[in-house]
Design a protein around this ligand. Structure first.
Ligand code: DHK
Length: 150
């Protein structure tokens, strides 16, 4: 039986609307589809996944604070809060676990205000522009990072 290290995969505001939300930018997969494929990939990697979404900054911060005790790593798509939230960045620093930032779209091909992230400086790496595959690549990377830290 593989070690079921739980990875928190945290999704910010409006990502619950994937599938109907600007499909030309965010694709046609729903967040449920992404959760399913993350759980499948995590299972292959011997990792457990705690997959969550919230539209509320405080709820995202509560989840990040819990990760310090309950999770081995955080994969986060902070969505719109990427570009605005000092509080999410501060919470991530408190977590003291490896962090990977994911975006479905290529934020650098989009509006200027999406080019800055408060989360990138506290993340081990960033994956953007590859759609839902980005989450799976983040899981692969997290698995390697955790192997290295054992
Ligand atoms: C998702 C959002 O909701 C936007 O606010 C970000 C990110 C980009 C994404 O590409 O997944 O700017």
């Amino acid at each position: 039986m593989p070690d079921q290290a739980a990875i928190l995969i945290l999704n910010g505001p409006n990502l619950n609307m994937l599938g109907v939300r600007e499909p030309t930018v965010y694709g046609s997969e729903t967040l449920g589809d992404i959760e399913e494929s993350c759980k499948e990939r995590a299972n292959h990697l011997g990792l457990g996944v705690d997959f969550r979404q919230s539209n509320h900054e405080g709820e995202l911060i509560d989840a990040i604070q819990e990760a310090r005790e309950n999770h081995k790593g955080i994969i986060i798509n902070p969505a719109g809060y990427t570009h605005t939230s000092v509080a999410i960045r501060d919470a991530l620093l408190i977590s003291e676990v490896p962090i990977i930032e994911v975006h479905l779209s290529n934020v650098f091909q989009r509006e200027e205000f999406r080019h800055h992230s408060y989360v990138t400086p506290v993340s081990q790496g960033v994956i953007c522009g590859l759609g839902p595959i980005g989450y799976l690549l983040a899981l692969e990377a997290m698995s390697k990072i955790l192997e290295g830290s054992d």
